[in-house]
Design a protein around this ligand. Structure first.
Ligand code: CP
Length: 303
């Protein structure tokens, strides 16, 4: 039985295979409409979500399966003190696969260690978000045709942004990648993530200026400042609008720049940018559904 807690649990070959399945789903959705007949996905979300939970649920429905959803931890027995371990044991009696989001780093791993069905990490605190990375990789594949020889700018809250940590891990395995890490000093990428870049031998620079980075990058991955992870509201208010991508800032960008964002957006991309042909963030969210379909099939062992 396989779980997915960290994107690095999937080999590059397995990622290629998931992308191939997702592309086949896009081109031949009818082939997949009954692959999960009789199967149930439980979505256990202890933190807010729109895209991840609903795209997991849409994915399972489009595969012919059903969904048990717990969107509000306050209405579950977690509110009475039930542990993540016991919750995972219980849900194993009712469902075939779990997607779990939790504010505590490591909670989905605890669930995986106690469940008798596959567990997918749908985001744990400021740690990992591997299925967002699957969405990101399919977007890069569809826009750039592959993953080598790219300069990737990651901008915003690189400290708490779990999607950034998972994407850096995944992209570090490809060839000739340069990371341009754009953030205020207070929101720099944690050392354990920097170490992954160093160990992989790729180049990286840490900048504060988005304008300075713009001309050189092939992919711009904007992120929201993660209010819910700050201990100090004043610090959040001071940093929240550090970067706002607008049409003016795109004047020096490459004509084939790919603009991504895991969403939700707050202020960091002006709505006017949505009409730019380089804006890919809504397609990126759609790509998440296809990759989650491919992942559900893989973890359930369905060909
Ligand atoms: N990208 C992402 O995780 O979005 P949600 O928080 O809406 O699931």
């Amino acid at each position: 039985m396989r779980h997915l807690i960290d994107i690095l649990e999937l080999s590059v070959e397995e990622l290629d295979s998931l992308i191939a399945t997702a592309m086949d789903i896009i081109n031949n959705p009818e082939k997949y409409a009954h692959k999960c007949d009789g199967k149930k996905l439980a979505t256990l979300f202890f933190e807010p979500s729109t895209r991840t939970r609903l795209s997991f649920e849409a994915a399972m429905y489009e595969l012919g399966g059903n969904v048990l959803t717990m969107a509000d931890a306050g209405s579950s027995s977690a509110a009475k003190g039930e542990s993540v371990a016991d919750t995972a044991k219980m849900i194993s009696c009712y469902a075939d696969i779990i997607a779990m989001r939790h504010p505590k780093e490591g909670a989905p791993l605890v669930a995986a260690n106690n469940a008798s069905i596959p567990v997918i990490n749908a985001g744990d605190g400021g740690h990992h978000h591997p299925t967002q990375t699957l969405a990101d990789l399919l977007t890069i594949y569809r826009e750039k045709g592959g993953f080598n020889d790219l300069t990737i700018g990651l901008c915003g809250d690189l400290k708490f942004g779990r999607t950034v940590h998972s994407l850096i891990s995944a992209m570090s395995r490809y060839k000739n990648i340069k990371f341009v890490l754009i953030s205020p000093d207070e929101l720099r990428v944690p050392d354990y993530v920097i170490n992954k870049i160093v160990d992989s031998g790729h180049k990286f620079v840490q900048l504060q200026s988005l304008e300075e980075a713009m001309p050189q990058i092939d992919i711009l991955y904007m992120t929201r400042v993660q209010r819910e992870r700050f201990f100090n509201e004043e610090e959040y208010l001071r940093l929240k609008d550090s970067y706002i991508l607008d049409i003016d800032k795109l004047k020096t960008a490459k004509s084939d720049l790919v603009i991504m964002h895991p969403l939700p957006r707050v202020n960091e991309i002006s709505v006017a940018v949505d009409n730019d042909s380089r804006a890919c963030y809504f397609t990126q969210a759609l790509n998440g559904k296809y990759m989650r379909m491919a992942l559900i099939l893989k973890l359930l062992g369905i060909e």
